[in-house]
Write a protein that binds this ligand. Structure first.
Ligand code: ADP
Ligand code: ZN
Length: 434
């Protein structure tokens, strides 16, 4: 089933006409209501009337995370505070958090995109959603919550943490859908196994929506097997709205962007110029209809490519490939570019280890050194006959073959790498002050 036939199956021509009409209104609105954008546009010599085609979007300024921090907390507001109903903020691990304010219109957009997302996985009125994304300023919990209400599903707003209780309630309430970060999904699966809960027999889960952090296809497979579900990728970011900006349909073949609401561009991150469809680059998003904190051309730093061909599911909205990483989490190890997700892809395929790892990068005598701590699973750990040093060497060899990097691999005991109920920090780069 498709939640919004009108927009999700719109012809390209009509979609572009719709996007252009929204873009014109948006630019007019921010130029007149947000001094930050007026100043930027004046500096660039661009007026709202210069936007006559969709390609004219390139005349507009980009917005970066730094801009959002500089205008903290409410400098990008395009309406009075009296119209704001909800405020969220991103984690802000470095510097000030990024604040986003939602009007009723924006909350409607948010629940709409999450409703579309849940419908893609066949979730509706009869379903029970265990929402284990964190509730609070983080957009994960409330985003799913708003959308779940819209489709009429039953929400269990359990938030993250207390994993034993998660498993018990999932079993007792008969949850059919789980929503959380992929790393937390694995942790829940692990806990269920330890509790003797068999997902096949004891749980009613059909699917889950996992996002907010990078995860590999191999990790998807792992979650699907361990929880006996279909695991869908859901993408979003606070600056734009939260989860639901893009998500996978039942074919799990790239994520549909809700492009009637968020206009996607893919650019070369170095030059800022557009790249052709199918070519990898940085995703840039413009909120076409938001009224609280509308954003022009937000530089997500997320790397992906776009495909505008219609999908087998009947939706015509453009799709983006699952994220390849972020421009700012790419590690450069002795001149070789590598994303943590590529390391994960290799690790998950190795027997005897869990997809629980830490990447520690340091520099000694002017050489980058990278250590990867990987957790053994219980059976490898208890196998007295196994030569662990040989396994470590084997893993390092695989990493070298696949990624051309030299690593020191250390196998660590089961459960020794800390689990979180939200986004998991896996990279510790000691070469930079964090
Ligand atoms: P923060 O920037 O503090 O992490 P957000 O919670 O808004 O705040 O995080 C948004 C970012 O999370 C995205 O820009 C992207 O890098 C990452 N992200 C979100 N969903 C996914 C996903 N499905 N796959 C990979 N990365 C994701
Ligand atoms: Zn589809």
């Amino acid at each position: 089933m498709i939640w919004n036939e009108k927009y999700e199956t719109m012809s390209r021509e009509n979609m572009q006409a719709h996007q252009l009409s929204c873009l014109k209104k948006l630019v007019d609105n921010v130029y007149n209501k947000v001094p930050f954008y007026k100043k930027r546009m004046d500096e660039m010599g661009v007026k709202p009337s210069d936007i006559q085609t969709l390609a004219d979007i390139r005349k507009l300024p980009f917005t970066t995370k730094y801009d959002m921090r500089d205008t903290y907390p409410f400098g990008l507001l395009a309406c009075g505070m009296d119209e704001i109903l909800e405020v969220h903020a991103s984690s802000g691990t470095t510097g000030k958090p990024v604040v986003v304010a939602y009007t009723q219109n924006d909350l409607d957009i948010w629940s709409e995109v999450v409703a579309r997302t849940l419908t893609m996985g066949g979730i509706g009125k009869d379903d029970i959603i265990q929402n284990a994304y964190g509730y609070g300023l983080f957009t994960g919990g409330f985003g799913i919550h708003h959308g779940a209400k819209k489709v009429g599903a039953t929400i269990v707003p359990i938030s993250g943490g207390n994993t034993t209780r998660q498993v018990n309630l999932m079993k007792d309430f008969g949850a059919t859908c789980l929503t959380c970060t992929p790393s937390y999904a694995l942790y829940i699966a692990e806990t269920a196994r330890e509790m003797g809960v068999d997902p096949k027999k004891d749980l009613k889960l059909k699917c889950g929506y996992f996002g907010a952090e990078p995860w590999s296809l191999a990790m998807r497979k792992d979650i699907e097997e361990k929880l006996n579900i279909k695991a869908y990728d859901i993408f979003g970011l606070t600056e734009i709205i939260g989860p639901g900006v893009a998500a996978e349909c039942e074919y799990q073949n790239m994520m549909h962007v809700q492009e009637d609401l968020f206009y996607p561009e893919i650019i070369n991150p170095e030059t800022g110029e557009p790249v052709p469809d199918g070519e990898k680059g940085e995703l840039v998003l413009t909120t076409l209809t938001k009224t609280g904190t509308p954003i022009l051309r937000y530089r997500t730093r997320d790397l992906t490519y776009i495909d505008r061909t219609p999908c087998k599911c009947g939706r015509t909205t453009a799709r983006i490939h699952r994220l390849f990483g972020r421009t700012d989490d790419m590690l450069i190890i002795r001149g070789v570019n590598v994303f943590p997700s590529q390391i994960e892809e290799v690790l998950v395929k190795i027997e005897g280890v869990e997809p629980q790892y830490q990447i520690i990068v340091d520099r000694k005598d002017n050489l980058d050194i990278i250590e990867i701590k990987v957790e053994m699973n219980e059976s490898l750990f208890s196998d007295q006959m196994k030569n662990l040093a040989a396994t470590e060497k084997y893993i390092a060899g695989e990493l070298h073959n696949m990624l051309n990097i030299h690593t020191k691999v250390t196998l660590v005991e089961p459960k020794s790498i800390p689990r979180g109920d939200g986004k998991t920090k896996r990279v510790f780069d000691k070469r930079v002050l964090q």
